[in-house]
Design a protein around this ligand. Structure first.
Ligand code: ASP
Length: 296
C-alpha cells in the first residue's frame, strides 16, 4: 500500500552536561537526519534506515554506544542493542556482547536469522562471529570517550548510575511501516553482566503498526516503568496521544528516581520527544515534520 508520509527521529542519549559544547554532535545529528530523510523520501524501508543510522552513530565514537561505550568495572566493554520491525511485529536483540563493531547489525541478524528475540553473552559473541560481523581486535585503541562525557564522571562512575548514553532511531517509511532501534554501552562503571532496558523489545525499543519508540536513560528505572511498551500500551489501549504517553512514562521514570528520555513516531508521521534530564541529543525530519536538531 502506498502512503504519502514518512518521518524519522533519532537520539544520541539523554546523558548530557549543561554548559558543555555539543556543536560537533549537533552537526553530526543534522547530517544524519538529512541522510535518513533523503533515504526515506526515495523509498527506503524504515527498518533499513533505523539500522543504518544507528550503525553510523555506533561507529562515530561521539555517543555512549558502539565505539563511544564505557567499560564495566572489570574494564571490559559489554554492549547491548535491539531492533524492532513494526509491520511484522518481530524483534531482535543482543546483550553484553563484547567487541562487536555494530551491535545493531547483530540485533537485526538475531531477528532475521534465528527463531529468537534475544541472545546474550558468550552465545551472542559466537553468533556474531559465525555471522561474520566486524570485530574489534584492539579494544584499547578502538574505544574512545564520547563527546561531552567528563573525566570526573568517569572517575566516579559506578558510584551513581548518572553517566550513561545510548543511540536510537524511529522511522515511518512511505509504505506505512514503522521501525525502531536502540544501541548502548550501558551505564558507565556498570557491574559485569549488567543489562539495562536497551536490548529488550518492549523496554528500550518498541514498534507496532501504530507507533515506534526508542528510550534512553537509566535502564533500571525504564525497566521498572515499563519503558517503550508502557508508551505503546497507553496509545493502544488508553487512546493516549503519543506525546502524552511519552510524558507519562517519563514522569514515572522520574518518580522511580531515574532520568532519561524517549523518542516516538506514529503511523501519521507525528514525532514526539520527552525527557526529564537536562537535555537529550535529538533530531527529527519528515514529510510533515520540520527538521529539528537540539540537545537542550
Ligand atoms: N538505557 C541505557 C542503559 O541503561 C543507557 C542510556 O540510555 O543512557 O543501559
Amino acid at each position: 500500500m502506498s502512503h504519502s508520509k514518512f518521518g524519522v527521529a533519532i537520539h544520541g542519549g539523554a546523558g548530557v552536561n549543561p554548559g558543555q559544547d555539543y556543536q560537533i554532535v549537533e552537526r553530526d545529528l543534522e547530517l544524519l537526519i538529512n541522510a535518513c530523510c533523503n533515504r526515506l523520501a526515495q523509498g527506503a524501508g524504515a527498518l533499513d534506515v533505523v539500522e543504518w543510522v544507528i550503525g553510523e552513530m555506533e561507529a562515530s565514537g561521539f555517543y555512549c554506544a558502539g565505539r563511544g561505550s564505557g567499560p564495566n568495572t572489570d574494564g571490559i566493554y559489554e554492549l547491548d542493542a535491539s531492533i524492532m520491525d513494526g509491520a511484522l511485529r518481530r524483534a531482535g536483540g543482543v546483550c553484553a556482547v563484547r567487541d562487536v563493531v555494530s551491535p545493531i547489525a547483530a540485533a537485526r541478524l538475531v531477528m532475521e536469522q534465528t527463531p529468537h528475540v534475544l541472545l546474550a553473552g558468550e552465545g551472542a559473541n559466537a553468533f556474531c562471529k559465525r555471522q561474520g560481523l566486524a570485530h574489534v581486535t584492539d579494544p584499547s585503541a578502538y574505544y574512545v570517550t564520547p563527546i561531552g562525557v567528563l573525566d570526573s564522571e568517569i572517575a566516579t562512575a559506578g558510584q551513581t548510575l548518572r553517566t550513561h548514553g545510548t543511540v536510537g532511531a524511529v522511522a515511518l517509511d512511505l509504505a506505512g511501516n514503522l521501525a525502531a532501534g536502540t544501541s548502548t554501552g550501558g551505564t558507565f562503571g556498570k557491574l559485569p553482566g549488567r543489562i539495562g532496558d536497551t536490548p529488550i523489545a518492549g523496554l528500550g525499543t518498541w514498534a507496532d503498526k501504530k507507533v515506534a519508540i526508542s528510550c534512553t536513560g537509566i535502564g533500571e528505572t525504564f525497566i521498572l516503568s515499563g519503558g517503550a511498551g508502557n508508551v505503546a500500551a497507553r496509545v493502544l489501549y488508553g487512546q493516549a496521544t503519543i506525546q502524552s504517553a511519552c510524558n507519562d512514562m517519563i514522569a514515572d521514570v522520574g518518580d522511580l528516581g531515574g532520568d532519561g528520555g524517549v523518542i516516538a513516531i506514529d503511523s501519521d508521521g507525528q514525532v514526539s520527544f520527552s525527557f526529564n534530564s537536562p537535555g537529550m541529543k535529538r533530531a527529527c525530519a519528515g514529510s510533515d515534520c520540520p527538521t529539528m536538531i537540539a540537545v537542550f
